[in-house]
Design a protein around this ligand. Sequence first.
Ligand SMILES: [Zn+2]
Length: 400
Amino acid sequence: MNEDLGYDDFKNVDVKDKIILRLSGYPGHDDTTSVAYQKINPDGNLSSWRLRLSKNEDASERGVAAIIEVNVSGIGWAGLSTGSLIAGYWADNIPFRYNSRMYEGTDPTPTPYGGGRMRLPGNEISGNPTSVTISNRVLNSLRDGSGIDPKKFAATVKKTMKPASAEVSGKKVRIKTSVDSRIVKVRNVVGIIPGKDTNNIIVVGGHYDHMGIKDGYIWNGADDNASGTVGAMTIAKAFMATGVKPEKTLVFAAWTAEEKGLIGSKYFAQHPYNDCNMLAYLNYDMISRDDSNDSLGVICSMNYTKAHPEFEEMTNKHNEEYELGLDIQYRAQERPSGGSDHSSFAREDVPIMYFEAGFPVEYHQPDDHVDKVNWDKMVKIIKIGYLNIWELANSEWGKE
Ligand SMILES: [Zn+2]
């Protein structure tokens, strides 16, 4: 379902409590010249894991019992650019252990995103439909005699952009699954500068986890998100260096398990320090890189809670007063959402501002390395954050 395009694969089919057969990717993902590709992914930066996540959520909301996925094109893409279409990128079948007799793929799941699903303990165990990926051989026996032809379906839809989902009758599929759950203990790292008012707090943070190690590669994550944690710590250091006790209390945090579903920040936002009243949250995630269209290295973005236009005003003011020269692109939303820790706070109705510098091609790749950091821009973004937090902490702002 894509609301902007009015494209909905679930139109006219009732999938509640049913098993769906789903194709990997999106219409036209294997053909950059197709009508569908041009409409759905004109900039070529739709990331495959984000797409899969939203497809799973969509299926879950509609009450799908299980998902059988198949990659009929044989082509996937790594994440961001049109140049990275890769034959055989998606494993043909993922449900069984690699190197087992049931597994027909040539490689194990190729990215470190596989892992287990994670959530805070106490939340529901289930909710997401079970999902398996099958090979084309298994698909052939499944569609045999059913009259459906997924390859033809994919070819038509990428030209017409008209979904044609249909019910397959007379087929039975049995999926056996088991859940092995365990509690993993992780920690946020939190520091506090008590203010004169200890009931009202302002939180500054960024996540310190990243993608881990796989196949001998280390996802160091210089931009995502060493840059953001350095930002939060630098603001804390600057506040201490002034020797001034702030009016309001400041909390500085490095969040854990952001990449696993914003888990550390979600926990804090739901159980704030000492049950304090959270006045605002400033988030840093990826504040050190340039987009491909940012030849001067000065563009960054700030998302913020729409009800607080003063966040944009003070950011502009500080950018000018201190001659920082940043080209800041603002995006105001009633309750900012998205893939970073700010949305944990926005969900609890805490006003947020969220700085991001750019979206590099090395996003979530092992070569997100420190040599590519734009230090000048990063320092400027940290300066603005410091000035904004200083103003919020030491002014009448937020007082009843
Ligand atoms: Zn991040």
